[in-house]
Design a protein around this ligand. Structure first.
Ligand SMILES: Cc1cc2nc3c(=O)[nH]c(=O)nc-3n(C[C@H](O)[C@H](O)[C@H](O)COP(=O)(O)OP(=O)(O)OC[C@H]3O[C@@H](n4cnc5c(N)ncnc54)[C@H](O)[C@@H]3O)c2cc1C
Length: 274
C-alpha cells in the first residue's frame, strides 16, 4: 500500500444536502491506488489549527481526472471549518489509509447497508462491485450470473438526507430507502429492510455496512443469525490515523484492534459491541 502526504487542490466543496458536503480534491496518487473502505486523513486548516487531522472515507475516485471525492457531514468545529474551505485552496492529505473492504472472490448477491453519512464509503464499494460484474471479471456460468446483484439499502433521518439514488440505479444496483420519519420509502430503521431482504437472499450472499454503531450492531446480529459473511466499516474517533496513538482501538474477539490500521473495515463477527 502506498500512503502519500500531499497537498490536494480543492476542486469543489458544495453542500449537497443540509449540512452534508461533497468535497472534490485533486489527488492523483490517492485516486490511482485507493480501495473502497480506505480513508484519508485531512488537515483542515492551512496551519495547525485544528491540531489533529480529521479522517474521512473515500467516497469515490476518478483516476482519469486525478480526483478523489469525500462526502462529509458538519458535526463540529473541524467539519464546519472544512465546509468553509474554497475551490483553489489546498488541503494537506495523508492517505489512502487503513484496510478497506475485502472484495469477495466469488460473485453473488451483495447487500450494502448504509446508515446516514455511512453511505460515503459504500458508493465507492458499489461502483467497484458493479464495474467488476459489468466487465465480466467474475467468471461465472450464465445461470449464476443472473443471481449476481448489488442491493443498496439506504437509511436516513428524512428524505432531504437521501442522496440521489439515480446514479446507483443507472449503474444497475437495486435500491431501497428507509427514513426515520417515513418521508421517503419505508418508515423505520434501515435494518428493517435488511431483515426483509433476508427472505430473498441467495446462497452466495455477502453484507457490507457502514453507519452508526447501533445500526452496525444490529446488522452484525442479523448476519450472524443468518450465517452470512458481513464486513462493517467503523468510524471511531481517531487521532494519529497511522497506528501510533492507540486512540481508536475497538474490542474484538482477538483483543483490542486499531481502527486506523487494522480497520476501519472488520468482519462483523469479530467486533465486540459494548
Ligand atoms: C475511518 C473514518 C472514516 C470516516 N468517514 C467519514 C465520512 O466519510 N464522512 C463523515 O462525515 N464523517 C466521517 N468520519 C467521521 C469524521 O471523521 C468526524 O465526523 C469528524 O472527525 C468530526 O470532526 P469535527 O471537528 O467536526 O467534530 P468534533 O468537534 O471533533 O466533534 C463534534 C461532535 O461529533 C462527534 N464525533 C466526532 N468524531 C466522531 C466520529 N468519528 N464518530 C462519531 N461521532 C463523532 C463528537 O463526539 C462530537 O459530539 C469518519 C471517521 C473515521 C474514523
Amino acid at each position: 500500500m502506498s500512503v502519500v502526504q500531499k497537498q490536494g487542490k480543492i476542486l469543489s466543496n458544495l453542500e449537497v444536502a443540509p449540512s452534508i458536503f461533497l468535497l472534490n480534491l485533486g489527488l492523483p496518487q490517492v485516486a490511482e491506488t485507493a480501495q473502497p473502505g480506505q480513508f484519508v486523513h485531512l488537515r483542515i486548516g492551512p496551519l495547525s489549527d485544528p491540531l489533529l487531522r480529521r479522517p474521512f472515507s473515500i467516497h469515490r475516485t476518478k483516476p482519469e481526472e486525478a480526483k478523489v471525492s469525500i462526502l462529509y457531514q458538519v458535526v463540529g468545529r473541524g467539519t464546519k471549518l472544512l465546509s468553509q474551505r474554497c475551490s483553489g485552496e489546498k488541503l494537506d492529505c495523508l492517505g489512502p489509509l487503513g484496510r478497506g473492504f475485502a472484495i469477495p472472490k466469488v460473485a453473488g448477491q451483495f447487500i450494502l447497508v448504509a446508515g446516514g453519512i455511512g453511505i460515503a464509503p459504500l458508493i465507492f464499494l458499489a461502483e467497484t462491485l458493479l464495474r467488476k460484474m459489468g466487465n465480466g471479471k467474475w467468471e461465472v456460468e450464465k445461470e449464476k450470473r443472473k443471481k449476481m446483484e448489488v442491493v443498496f439499502l439506504m437509511g436516513a433521518a428524512s428524505t432531504e438526507y437521501i442522496l440521489p439514488e439515480s446514479e446507483l440505479l443507472s449503474w444497475g444496483a437495486a435500491v431501497e430507502v428507509a427514513t426515520d420519519d417515513g418521508s421517503k420509502g419505508h418508515r423505520g430503521p434501515v435494518t428493517d429492510l435488511l431483515t426483509r431482504q433476508m427472505d430473498r437472499s441467495v446462497a452466495s450472499c455477502h453484507i457490507f455496512a457502514c453507519g452508526p454503531e447501533g445500526m452496525l450492531k444490529e446488522v452484525a446480529q442479523i448476519a450472524g443469525q443468518q450465517k452470512i459473511p458481513c464486513q462493517i466499516c467503523l468510524e471511531q474517533r481517531m487521532a494519529c490515523g497511522v497506528g501510533a496513538c492507540l486512540g481508536c482501538v475497538v474490542k474484538t474477539r482477538s483483543g483490542y484492534r486499531r481502527v486506523c490500521v487494522d480497520g476501519p473495515v472488520f468482519p462483523a463477527g469479530e467486533v465486540i459491541f459494548e
